[in-house]
Design a protein around this ligand. Sequence first.
Ligand SMILES: *Cc1c(COP(=O)(O)O)cnc(C)c1O
Length: 452
Amino acid sequence: MLFYSTNLNANQVPFPEALLKGQAPDRGLYLPKEIPRLSPQEISSFATREYHRIACEVMWKYLEGQIPYEKLAELTRDAYNFAVPLEKVVDRRYVIRLDQGPTASFKDFAARMMGRLMQFYLQKEDRRLLILTATSGDTGSAIAHAFLGLDRIKVLVLFPEKEVTTRQRKQMTTLGRNVRITALDGKFDDCQALVKQAFADPDLDFLGLSSANSINIGRLIPQTVYYFYAYSRLAAKGEKITFSVPSGNFGDMMGGVLAMKMGLPVEKFVIAVNENDEFPVYLKTGEYNKIEPSRNCISSAMNVGHPSNLARLIALYGGIMDEKGMIHRQADLALMNRECWSTSVTDDQTRQTIREAWEQYNLLLEPHGSVGWTGLQAYLATLDPIKKANALCVSLETAHPAKFPEEIKRLLGFDPALPPSLEGIEQKEEKYDHLETEYQAFKSFLLQNYNS
Ligand SMILES: *Cc1c(COP(=O)(O)O)cnc(C)c1O
C-alpha cells in the first residue's frame, strides 16, 4: 500500500516513510492511495474482541507487508492497556470516554501507537530521532508519555510557560528519562515558530528531527479504531450509527471518516466545533475562510482557525486544498453534506450543557465533550420524532473532567475525582529548562544538548 500527498506533488511512499517523515516534501499530507475495506463479517466479528485485538485487525489493513502480524499484535496490546468505557446516557444515546490513557485525553490513542511504530522502524533501519514539538497543553504531554522510555527516540517539548495550567505542566515536567521539557516566555505561536525554523535549518539535519504532530498519518490510522469498537459493542448487524466528534484540527473526525470509507455503517458524522466556525460555514456555502487569530474558547484544545487535517477531508471528497487553506479543486459538497453535519457551539451553550447533562442524566462532561454532546442534540433536533427516538448515537468525550477542575467546580459545585493516571502528580518533582524566545539561543541549546 502506498501513501500519496494531498498536494499531489510528491512521490508516493510506503507507510514507514510516511510515518517517519510526517509531512510530505511538498507540504501536503499523506493519505492511503486506496482505502482498504473491511467486510461486514469482519466488522461483526469485532463484537466479542478486546479493544487491542480490534486495533490490530483494523491497522493490519494498512500495515500488511510492512510489519509482522505478531509484532503488530504485540504493539497494540502494549499500547492499549486501558479501558474504553461506553456510557449509556438515555434511549440509544451513548458517550464513549476516551480519557483513560496515561494523560487522560484521547490523544493517547494515537500517540502511544505512533511511538511504538516509530520505534519499530527506527530499530529496523538503525536510525534515531529527536521529536521536537510545541504544545499549548495536551499534545505535549501525550507525546512525552507515549515516547517515554523508548530507546532511539528523544523528545523535546517547548511550551509557553504562562499559557498552560499547573496540572498540564506537571504532566510533562515530572517524567525525565528521554523526555526534556523547555519553557518559553512567549506564546504558543512563538514556540511553534521556533520549532518550524529548526525543521527548516539545514545545520540541524543531522539531528533527525521529527514532529509527531497531528498531521502524521501514524496518528490518524489508530484513530479509526474506536469507531469500530463503539459500533461493535452497540449496533445490531448492519445497523447505521451516528457519531458526534468535538473537533479542532480534525484528526479525530478524519479517523471516523476513514473508518466509514473502510466500510463502517455510519448514518452521520456530527462535526461539532466551538466558536471557531470556519468548517460549518464551508460545509454550508462552499467558501472557506480561516479564522485568524483563532477565537479563544473554554474548549481550548479546539481553538483552531484552520484545521490542519481539513486538506485530508477535502481530498477524500475529491477536492484539493493546499497547506495555506486555498482550495484548488472543490470537494463534492453534496456528498459531504449527506455524510457530515456540522455546527458551532458557543461557550455559553457549552457551559449550559455541562450543567444540564449533569442535572438530567448524571452525565459528567468537560468542555470538549460538552461541545460534542451539544452538537449531537442540535443534529437530533433536525430529525423527525420517530427517527430521533430510534437513532443509535455515540458522542465522543475526549478528555477527563478532572483536567478542568475550575470550570467543573464553578458549574457543578464539586471537584471531579482524579483518574488514577493523574493521581499523585502534584507531589512529583518537576524538572524543566527555561529558554529565551529567540532562535539563535534555541539553536545553541539544540547543538549543545543533542550533538552526539
Ligand atoms: C486535541 C483535542 C481535541 C480536538 O481533536 P482534533 O483531532 O484536533 O480535532 C478535542 N478534545 C481534546 C480534549 C483534545 O485534546
